[in-house]
Design a protein around this ligand. Structure first.
Ligand SMILES: [Zn+2]
Length: 273
């Protein structure tokens, strides 16, 4: 027999107001009552790009002021490499047959998140590699990561953004900076563990790359993107999220054929979270 609650839930669901979770607790969020949190950095002259990018974010004024018609008008041109600031790595970034930005299904950019906090481990180790044990330990405390989750890693590095030296481990620019990059990332073993056991929709991190700074072969990119699991990089505000139950909406600029692009990513959480 159906209870009033389940009938109400069915009604809300049919109205599209309740986001359904695959989690064991069957957690749901009423999006009309949720608190929205911003997980994106703003784009400006301080936006961080990989050190060998020649250009950064450019926002040039075309017109700003009073027009001859006596009304105010402003308009700018933007220019940016795809991979900088808070951005999406579409699978084709490292997988020849992977989805381009415009092909990534909206379903894989929206859904419930789990947040794995490894910031204590990165404090004295900028080369920290997130391991399968970190995932197993998280699951011991919080339950299994539901299949199809958006897995977010909080390394504590967002607090360094946009200070280049602290964030990248070097303030050098150009190719000579690459060997000096030091920041945490996800190990190949942890990536394989996720693909084989939990198959997330997407994986995000609050550093410049899902691979750690010292990576030479970008195995984590190749493993995750090779399985059409997109990456979200340079996230912020992960401290504000509950470990489970936040509902993510991550919408990149819809660049046809793009390998990545600027990402506005937000999270809906319960008012009480
Ligand atoms: Zn990228």
């Amino acid at each position: 027999m159906r209870t009033y609650t389940s009938l109400l839930f069915t009604l809300l669901l049919s109205l599209g107001l309740v986001a359904c979770s695959p989690s064991k607790n069957n957690q749901t969020i009423d999006l009309t009552k949720a608190k929205w949190l911003d997980l994106s950095h703003s784009y400006n002259e301080s936006t961080l790009y990989w050190p060998n990018n020649v250009k950064g974010f450019e926002h040039t004024e075309e017109f700003k002021g009073q027009t001859p018609g006596n009304f105010f008008y402003s308009s700018y041109t933007i220019s940016t490499p795809e991979h900088g600031g808070t951005h999406l790595d579409a699978p084709i970034h490292f997988a020849e047959k992977g989805w381009t930005v415009d092909q990534v299904p909206l379903d894989s950019l929206t859904g419930y998140a789990v947040v794995i906090n490894v910031s204590a481990k990165t404090q004295n180790n900028p080369d920290y590699l997130i391991s399968p044990q970190d995932l197993i330990d998280w699951e011991k405390a919080n339950g299994a990561i539901p299949k199809g989750s958006i897995v977010l890693f909080n390394t504590g590095y967002a607090k360094h953004y946009p200070k280049r030296k602290e964030y990248f481990g070097t303030d050098k620019k150009g190719l000579e900076a690459i060997p000096e990059l030091h920041f945490p990332g996800i190990s190949a073993q942890a990536s394989n563990w996720l693909v084989e056991n939990r198959l997330p929709k997407a994986v995000g991190i609050d550093t410049a790359s899902i691979d750690y700074g010292q990576s030479k072969d970008f195995q984590t990119h190749r493993i995750l993107l090779g399985n059409n699991i997109s990456g979200f990089e340079n996230l912020t505000n992960l401290d504000a999220l509950p470990l489970t139950g936040a509902y993510i909406v991550a919408l990149p600029m819809k660049i046809a054929g793009g390998s990545g692009g600027p990402l506005r990513i937000v999270a809906a959480v319960r008012q009480s979270d």
